[in-house]
Design a binder for this molecule. Structure first.
Ligand code: BGC
Length: 423
């Protein structure tokens, strides 16, 4: 780990989005059914299953000291109760290789995907779900805990609640399409259900199970090694009121249940992709002349600092920024974005908010879920035919911004005081 400052500078990926052929996962199945709502299947993804050493090497070459990746539950436990030591070894090798390269491995246990068998038992609606997740977390902890620095139990578990709050669920054609796809996947699995949290309505009973799963997984990891820092990562746009705003209702619904639990954790994970303007009835679209990103979102880098301050204010916990970035067809936009977002983070840190690290999304151009390979979040381009990785100019901009801060005395002092706060 790098010298005097423990501040983490990283880049992130997620198993299903980069590994390839994640065939026992529920989302793989959703990609295959006739009525799929995915524009294309994930297929080989970035072939990181075979090229992960190269990925770790790029993180190191960029001068970063942290790599966030996820472990795939459906590989480790392809059938309920059957664990694969070989796959656990695979992820242990990845984490150990990071350590050897001076890179802190930040490991996500659940990044949107679950095993098919788990989805066909009702996913988080199943009363047994917390125990099933804890059993997996326990096996992973026993093998990986010696290497891992931080664990993120769930990636953006509040996302379905954001969707439910802001949309008109039953009449919404997108919702109907998702339901049809899930029903086909259920039939395909020989079950009457296929429950995939990220495409759910975020129902209360399932949410209670998921939060119980978070606590149980944390316990398993703490039992294996108490020094591992554990939290969950929340989707946190910088929510801003517009006019007679329903923002308080939004926060009660999509943030509070998670902040309440995060208060017990070692850190709160923040994933920020801009601002969200909230009017009386819900989300207000960007103003007409707003600059947009490739994904049609507003380009608004200073949202990062605000979201970080809010997460700390609500939880009292130190913040780990586990994702931040933009989809950019033109890499020059990302190259502008990174210094601007980091400047807003500087301001927030200077105001005394403890921040443990910043992890950019994403290391690689990868499989962007229902939008397939059409979105470019990567610091590194990946040739879809050869899988060749080519760092983009924005990767070098990021590396320079990191170096500048690592060398700055003022910045290092803030980092040290954060370390104290974090204990
Ligand atoms: C997710 C990533 C996704 C990114 C960009 C986050 O919500 O964690 O998996 O690729 O946003 O959309």
């Amino acid at each position: 780990m790098s010298g005097r400052s423990a501040f983490l500078w990283g880049a992130a990926t997620a198993g299903h989005q980069v590994e390839g052929n994640n065939i026992n996962a529920d989302i793989w199945l959703l990609e295959q059914v006739p009525d799929t709502r995915f524009v294309e299947p994930s297929g080989d993804a970035c072939d990181s299953l075979h090229r992960w050493r190269e990925d770790v090497g790029i993180v190191a070459v960029l001068g970063l000291n942290c790599y966030r990746f996820s472990i795939e539950w459906s590989r480790i436990e392809p059938a309920s109760g059957q664990f694969s030591d070989a796959w656990l070894d695979h992820y242990a090798r990845m984490a150990a290789a990071c350590r050897e390269a001076g890179i802190a491995p930040v490991v996500t246990l659940s990044h949107f995907t679950s095993p098919r068998w788990f989805a066909s038992l009702g996913g988080w609606h199943n009363r047994e779900a917390p125990a099933l997740f804890a059993r997996f977390a326990d096996r992973a902890a026993r093998r990986l805990a010696p290497f891992v620095s931080h664990v993120v139990t769930f990636n953006e578990p509040n996302l379905p609640l954001m969707g439910r709050w802001s949309a008109t669920p039953l009449a919404d054609p997108m919702r109907a399409g998702l339901d049809a796809m899930l029903a086909e996947a259920a039939r395909e699995s020989g079950s009457d259900r296929c429950a995939v949290w990220v495409y759910s309505r975020g129902e209360d009973a399932a949410l209670a199970n998921l939060l119980a799963g978070h606590r149980a997984a944390k316990q398993a990891w703490k039992a294996a090694r108490s020094a591992v820092a554990i939290g969950m990562s929340l989707a946190l746009p910088d929510a801003q009121p517009v006019g007679d705003s329903a923002i308080a209702a939004y926060r009660r619904f999509a943030e509070r249940p998670f902040f309440d639990v995060a208060r017990e954790d070692d850190f709160v994970g923040v994933q920020n992709y801009g601002r969200m303007r909230v009017g009386a009835k819900g989300v207000v679209p960007p103003v007409a002349d707003a600059e947009l990103t490739e994904s049609g979102d507003e380009y608004y880098p200073r949202a990062l600092g605000a979201a970080v301050a809010h997460a700390h204010e609500q939880t009292g916990r130190p913040v780990l920024i586990t994702e931040n970035g933009i989809a950019a067809a033109d890499d020059a936009q990302r190259a502008r974005y990174i210094p601007a977002a980091l400047a807003s983070l500087d301001d927030t840190r200077a105001s005394g908010v403890p921040v443990l690290g910043y992890i950019h999304w994403s290391l690689l151009d990868n499989f962007e879920w229902r939008r397939g390979y059409t979105q470019h979040f990567g610091l590194v381009a990946v040739d879809r035919a050869t899988f060749r990785r080519t760092p983009k100019p924005s990767a070098h901009v990021y590396a320079r911004e990191v170096k500048k801060r690592q060398r700055s005395r003022v910045w290092a002092n803030i980092a040290c005081s954060n370390e104290r706060n974090a204990k």
